[in-house]
Design a protein around this ligand. Structure first.
Ligand code: DC
Length: 228
């Protein structure tokens, strides 16, 4: 199939499989994949490691804002995988752990943090042929994206999937705790003042509670074929 020069924005709730799906779609179409959540997680790890957020999620906003311009977050491609680095250090494992997951939403609610991430994403996506996943890609980062998908799934199915993912990486994961974490994140993400998670009016909904990756791929390829 001849692939169109478009931006595909994939937004939706936590742990709906956005990143896995976006990666597969990008690989299938030969597009660049960009994981916006990884950047918010990278900023969160930076804040944790530099004592800018405490155990009650109180943030030293001034310190973080001043330090952000010196933070070199970027993706590097290794064996086909896009990994997040800060300077020369790969932080992929650290940013996926429960500590970062528990603190990322308040960090992502800060306007200056969103600005930092948006600038990175807009520069990286300026030449189209990109699949980006997040919460506000189709509403704020690229409102002109030609294809917008809004992903959702049953919360318990999502928690089970996320717990399995963590266990596969050798991390402890209690389904009820994971469920609580993702519901809290969904709440904060949907109710924050700046760029809350909402479905763009022109987004197409994908509820993948009972779909395999193959089902989802067939669905999006048919949609692209029909629209472009
Ligand atoms: O997709 P994820 O779970 O890795 O995202 C981590 C957090 O980052 C999530 O709780 C909300 C925030 N986020 C955001 O606010 N906007 C985005 N475009 C992507 C992620």
């Amino acid at each position: 199939m001849k692939t169109p020069d478009i931006i595909i924005a994939i937004d939706g709730y936590s742990s709906t499989g956005k990143s896995s799906f976006a990666k597969l779609v990008a690989a299938k179409l030969g597009y660049l994949y960009l994981d916006s959540g990884a950047l918010y997680r990278g900023v969160t790890l930076f804040a944790i490691e530099n004592g800018m957020i405490d155990s009650d999620c109180r943030i030293d906003e001034e310190k973080l804002e001043n330090a952000l311009s010196g933070l070199d977050l970027h993706f590097e491609n290794h064996d086909g995988a896009s990994l997040l680095y800060t300077g020369g250090r790969c932080i992929e494992k650290e940013i996926r752990g429960m500590e970062v997951s528990g603190k990322v939403s308040p960090i992502a609610a800060l306007a200056f943090v969103r600005n930092y991430v948006d600038n990175y994403l807009r520069a990286a996506g300026s030449s189209k042929r990109v699949v980006m996943d997040g919460r506000d890609i189709g509403t704020t980062v690229f409102p002109q994206a030609e294809l917008k998908i809004f992903m959702t799934a049953d919360p318990l199915v999502r928690a089970q999937r996320r717990a399995n993912e963590l266990k596969a990486k050798g991390e402890e994961a209690d389904v009820q705790e994971v469920l609580k974490n993702l519901q809290e994140r969904d709440y904060i993400d949907s109710h924050r003042e700046v760029s809350p998670l909402t479905q763009a009016p022109d987004a197409v909904v994908l509820d993948n509670s009972h779909m395999t990756f193959d089902d989802q791929m067939d669905w999006i390829l048919a949609l692209i074929e029909e629209k472009f």
